[in-house]
Design a protein around this ligand. Sequence first.
Ligand SMILES: [Zn+2]
Length: 401
Amino acid sequence: MSSCSIKPYFRCFTRVKVTGQWVVNKENVASIDIHPDDRFIPICHKCKEKAVTIHQVVHRSVRDLNIGSSVVFLNILYRKVICTECGCVRTEYFDFILPYLRVTKRLALYIHNLCKVMTVKDVADHLGLHWGTVKEIDKKFLEEEFGETDYAGLRILAIDEISRRRHHDYLTVLLDYETGRIVWMGEGRKESTLNSFFHEMPLSVREGIKAVAMDMWDPYIASVREWCPNAMIVFDFFHIVKEFNKVIDKVRNQEYKRASEADKRVLKGTKYLLLKNSKNLKQEERPHLKQILNLNKNLSTVYILKDALKNIWSYKYRKSAGKAIDNWCQLAHESNIEPVIKFAKKIQHHREGILNHCHYAIHTSKLEGVNNTLKVIKRKAYGYRDTRYFILKAKQAFAGQ
Ligand SMILES: [Zn+2]
């Protein structure tokens, strides 16, 4: 047993006194006895009123912050009291513990802070706790901070989606475009998904929404039209290029199936080479790309169309942008490539929404950043299949400036 006093570590605990300290050095465990301080009348944890009648005295072991390399357990004696205000037996209130948690408030806060930069599993391993305990503690703090939807300052929204499994189980993500804050997330990507968000939104906020950036996705379009009477729908660069990338991939697959064995060798594994922004290509990737484009006319055409499509968003005036769309669609039709023609029809159908970027220039990098970070959070936190926790973590990561 150590003779060194560790009482100063517990000065912030009020209404109790440290009555014993046991440090088992070999096991690196410190055990601290904590008793109620008799100078204080116990307080009911529910109503915070004084309760003079003691029903029974019980014992509870609660984990606290480590001291040095020692894991600390508090053996707390506390009283169950008969609260006249509540009219029943209640547990005594202490300011340093939370009811139903087996850790002190300060350890819980430490865990929550670690979870901002580490994975749940890393925090659990670091402290020797079960990951479920760590996740629930972090979730409790997040729920307090981000549980409620905050509608303040909304003017321009951006709607995105993230899939939990590849092409399955979608979540709709709603961003305050101007601050980058995630306002809300909901399960699914139906009209009813978005309706449930707008339904809770005060009318004055809905009327103040000036623009909504989104994918060319009919259920979202219908919902925004119904609920935001003054909003301009904007089909932004990021979403449309993302969708055209799917077309490129489809064409690549078709061409691969048709290709000779020798050509298949050139085309194999080139998905990301074709989708990559040409500016980001590494020096050694360029000859391979050139080889593919020389080899296959259709792939060469879609590659050119990809750059031309991006160009539409460089026009600031509606008329010039309109011309660029028409030219692009004509080229697409002349390509005779079926998925490209289908995409061009979609572009024509949503022409107005694309032209609206001339009024609300939504910068794509921000949306792309959110999308990539959400994928990282998903990997880090979502391994545990708790959707609510994932949503709260996402809101924390994008709390806005
Ligand atoms: Zn009470």
